[in-house]
Design a protein around this ligand. Structure first.
Ligand SMILES: *Cc1c(COP(=O)(O)O)cnc(C)c1O
Length: 224
């Protein structure tokens, strides 16, 4: 099957209220254009370097989501064009995003990445870290930052009960953060959870955004 067919098949499986982010890491600009031609507009990349190479080759109305760890010194390069940074994992990176959005007069949606997996290697903050940031005076000063929700990556496992439990945790964190900090802010509404192997579990748990690579573009080849 081709990319357009994959996208059509995926759209049938995903409720209309759930946004599909096509994860295009390692995928060439030509293949990204195939997805674009099929109507896909939101794309996700996990490496800044790769995003900076591809973005200028591709249409300006693509909505870019950064879904991988963002180092503070790379914020300046992405803020001028990204639409959403899903992988915000520290106050330090938030402050930098704030500085650059004000400087460039842009708004960039941010999701706080919460660590829900048992694996050690995943980036992200704990729920308590998120609460500490959102309660802080420093955070209140950040006029250029718009927190739109949370993102999480489940453990890489075949055990769907474990994934279900991790997504349920994230949905619980989302509800309590919304209640505590965003009662009057209708913009806090995004819950990014679910990938090719587990998007149905994410959607069952209340996901509003799924990040899908393999099901759209096929298996990735990291050798190139
Ligand atoms: C690669 C990646 C995905 C997509 O994974 P697939 O299994 O190919 O759908 C989703 N989210 C993040 C953060 C990723 O790095």
């Amino acid at each position: 099957m081709g990319i357009a067919e994959n996208i059509a098949a995926l759209r049938k499986k995903i409720p209309p209220g759930v946004k599909i982010i096509a994860v295009s890491k390692t995928i060439s600009a030509d293949l990204i254009m195939e997805a674009y031609a099929a109507g896909q507009r939101a794309f996700g990349e996990n490496k800044v370097q790769e995003l900076l190479l591809k973005q200028p080759q591709l249409p300006g109305d693509i909505e870019w989501h950064l879904i991988g760890h963002l180092q503070t010194n790379k914020v300046k390069a992405v803020v001028p064009f990204v639409s959403c940074i899903q992988s915000v994992d520290s106050m330090k990176v938030l402050s930098e995003i704030n500085k650059e959005t004000i400087k460039t007069n842009r708004t960039v949606d941010c999701l706080l990445q919460i660590r829900i997996a048992t694996e050690e290697t995943k980036f992200g903050m704990t729920y308590d870290d998120a609460v500490a940031i959102l309660s802080s005076e420093n955070f209140r000063q950040l006029s250029g930052v718009r927190i739109r929700g949370l993102m999480g990556i489940a453990t890489f496992t075949d055990n769907s009960d474990q994934i279900r439990a991790e997504y349920a945790n994230l949905a619980g964190y989302f509800a309590s953060i919304k209640e505590r900090f965003f009662q009057k802010d209708k913009g806090f509404k995004e819950l990014s959870m679910g990938m090719s192997g587990d998007f149905n579990l994410g959607i069952e748990a209340g996901s509003t955004m799924v990040r899908i690579g393999t099901m759209i573009f096929g298996e990735r080849n990291y050798g190139i």
